[in-house]
Ligand binder design. Structure first.
Ligand SMILES: Cc1ncc(COP(=O)(O)O)c(C=O)c1O
Length: 484
C-alpha cells in the first residue's frame, strides 16, 4: 500500500493520511464504520486528541463523516453531474404513441438473472441473507398451527381483514390515510398494476410510461394492447415533469404509470413539489396515474418519501405496492387502492386469479402485527445502502473512462451508461458466458432503445466473487469499446 505520510508532518496529519490510504486501498469502503477514536489512539499509540484531530481533518476534506453517537464512517464519493446518466432521448410528446417492442434477448436475460452459479447483478431482489427468512419460516408454522384448515381455503378478495388493517396502518407513513375497506390485497405489485390498467383502459388506449422503466411494466402494456408515449426520467428528479405535461397536452393519454420513489432502474425520487404538480396536471388533463411505489420503504436517507397518492384530491392516483422487495418476493403479497373502481377491480381479481395464496397473506399479516418489521426494515436499508454504495464505487473505479452511473437515493439498483455505440445486449451475452448476469438497457425501453445502458442490481454484497465479476465486466466493456 502506498504511504502518503511524511515524518515531518504533524502527527494528526500523519494519522489522517494513513486512514486515507486505507480507504484508497479498499480496506474501508463507502459507508463502512472506521475504527473508534479510542482504538485509533490505542493501536497507533497517539493521544485521543490526535485521533480526533485526524478524523476532523478527514471530515473537512469530505472523506469521512461523523454520525451521531455512532462514530466516523467513510463518506461515499460525490458523483459529479457529468458522471450521472444523461436524459434519455425519448421522443415524448413529439413522437406518435408506439406499440411496445420487446428485445429478442428478453427471455434469456430473465432466465439468467436467478440462475444458480451466476453472479446475480441482473436480479433485482435482496439476497437470501438479507430477507427475514428464519422469521418467515417460524411464522409459517405458527400461523398454520393456529388457523388450521382456514389456511388452505380461498382468502377471497379483498383479502384478509387483519392484513388490510396492517397495510392501512403502514400507508400512513407514505402520507396516505385509508380504511382497510379501501384496500384490495393482490399477488404482488404486478398483479396490482395489471388490475389497475384493466379497470379503465381498453386495447389501443395511450399510456404514458417512463423512459427508462421497469421491463415488467412495458410487458404488461404490450400484452394489454396499449400504445405508449415515453417520457424521460432524470437521474436526480425522476420523471421530467415538463415532458409529462407536454405528453398530456399533445396526446389522448388515458393513464400514466409512474415510479415516484427509488425508481427502477434510475434510483431517483420525484421531489415533493413535483409530485404535487404531477397530480395537479393529471387531474387537469383527466389522466389517471397508476403509482408503483414498490421501493418506497427502502430509503437511504432519514425518512420515507411520500407517495403520489398523498397529494391526490381523490380519484387521480391508483396506488399500488407490495412486500416483494422489503420482505420476500416469493410471498407474492401486494395491494391496490382502487378508489371508486373498487368493485371493478375486485371483480377483475376474481376473474383473473380468484384470490391470493392464503398462507402468504396470513404470514405477512402476522409479521406486520409483531412489530418486528420495522427492525427488519432498519437493518436492510442500511445493508442495501452500503452494498449499493460499494458496488457503485467499484464500478467507478474499474470501468472505462466515460462510464456514467446513477446515484440512487434508495432501493438497490444502479443504472450505468456507456459511450454512444456501446451494445449492452452483446455485453450481457458476453457477461453471461462468464457467468455474470446484468440487464441490458433495451429491456427498459418501449422501442428497444437505451442500448448503451445497463442495470446492475446490488441485492447481494460486494464480496470477493462479485468484486472479481466487476473487474471482468470492466474488461469486457473496454474490449467492446476497443472494437475487439
Ligand atoms: C418497479 C417494479 N414494479 C413491479 C415489480 C414487480 O413486483 P412484484 O414482485 O411485487 O409483483 C418490480 C420487480 O422487480 C419492479 O421493480
Amino acid at each position: 500500500m502506498k504511504q502518503s505520510t511524511r515524518n515531518a508532518d504533524p502527527k494528526y496529519q500523519q494519522i489522517a493520511a494513513k486512514v486515507e490510504d486505507l480507504i484508497s486501498a479498499g480496506t474501508f469502503r463507502a459507508g463502512d464504520r472506521l475504527p473508534s477514536v479510542r482504538s485509533l489512539s490505542r493501536d497507533w499509540s497517539v493521544s485521543v486528541t490526535t485521533a480526533i484531530g485526524a478524523y476532523s481533518l478527514l471530515e473537512d476534506k469530505g472523506v469521512v463523516e461523523a454520525r451521531d453517537r455512532s462514530g466516523y464512517f467513510v463518506r461515499p464519493k460525490v458523483i459529479a453531474a457529468d458522471r450521472l446518466p444523461r436524459r434519455t432521448r425519448a421522443e415524448g410528446a413529439k413522437g406518435a404513441p408506439v406499440s411496445i417492442s420487446s428485445a429478442d434477448i428478453t427471455e434469456d436475460v430473465m432466465d439468467s438473472t436467478c440462475a444458480p452459479g451466476v453472479v446475480p447483478f441482473g436480479a433485482a431482489v435482496p439476497c437470501d441473507d438479507i430477507l427475514p427468512t428464519s422469521k418467515l419460516m417460524t411464522l409459517y408454522h405458527s400461523v398454520i398451527r393456529s388457523e388450521g384448515a382456514t389456511s388452505f381455503q380461498y382468502a377471497m378478495p379483498p383479502g384478509r381483514e387483519d392484513l388490510r388493517i396492517e397495510i392501512a396502518k403502514r400507508l400512513i407513513e407514505c402520507g396516505i390515510a385509508v380504511s382497510p375497506e379501501e384496500i384490495i390485497v393482490t399477488s404482488g405489485a404486478m398483479d396490482a398494476i395489471l388490475l389497475a390498467i384493466k379497470s379503465f383502459c381498453e386495447p389501443g388506449d395511450v399510456v404514458a410510461v417512463e423512459s427508462p422503466t421497469y421491463f415488467g411494466i412495458l410487458s404488461l402494456v404490450k400484452e394489454l394492447g396499449l400504445k405508449a408515449i415515453e417520457v424521460p426520467v432524470l437521474a436526480d428528479d425522476g420523471v421530467c415533469v415538463d415532458a409529462l405535461e407536454e405528453a398530456f397536452k399533445s396526446h389522448p393519454v388515458k393513464a400514466c404509470i409512474l415510479q415516484p420513489n427509488f425508481h427502477n432502474p434510475m434510483g431517483s425520487v420525484i421531489p415533493t413539489d413535483s409530485k404535487r404538480r404531477i397530480v395537479e396536471l393529471a387531474e387537469k388533463h383527466r389522466v389517471t396515474i397508476i403509482e408503483d411505489d414498490l421501493y418506497g420503504d427502502l430509503f437511504f436517507g432519514a425518512k420515507r418519501p411520500p407517495a403520489l397518492k398523498a397529494f391526490d384530491p381523490g380519484e387521480v392516483v391508483i396506488h399500488c405496492g407490495s412486500y416483494s422487495k422489503a420482505l420476500a418476493p416469493g410471498l407474492r403479497v401486494g395491494w391496490i387502492l382502487p378508489d371508486s373502481r373498487y368493485h371493478r377491480v375486485k371483480n377483475l381479481k376474481y376473474a383473473t386469479s380468484i384470490a391470493n395464496a392464503t398462507v402468504s397473506e396470513m404470514v405477512v399479516a402476522a409479521f406486520l402485527k409483531t412489530g418486528g418489521v420495522d427492525r427488519h426494515l432498519r437493518k436492510i436499508r442500511k445493508i442495501l445502502a452500503q452494498q449499493t454504495l460499494q458496488i457503485r464505487e467499484a464500478i467507478l473505479r474499474e470501468f472505462p473512462e466515460g462510464t456514467r452511473i446513477s446515484n440512487p437515493k434508495g432501493g438497490f439498483v444502479l443504472w450505468c451508461e456507456m459511450p454512444d455505440g456501446f451494445d449492452s445486449e452483446k455485453f450481457s451475452v458476453a457477461a453471461l458466458n462468464r457467468k455474470i448476469s446484468i440487464v441490458p438497457g433495451t429491456l427498459f425501453s418501449a422501442t428497444c432503445g437505451l442500448r448503451n445502458l445497463f442495470r446492475i442490481s446490488c441485492g447481494s454484497p460486494l464480496d470477493e466473487r462479485s468484486q472479481r465479476a466487476i473487474g471482468i465486466l470492466a474488461r469486457l466493456a473496454q474490449a467492446q469499446l476497443d472494437g475487439k
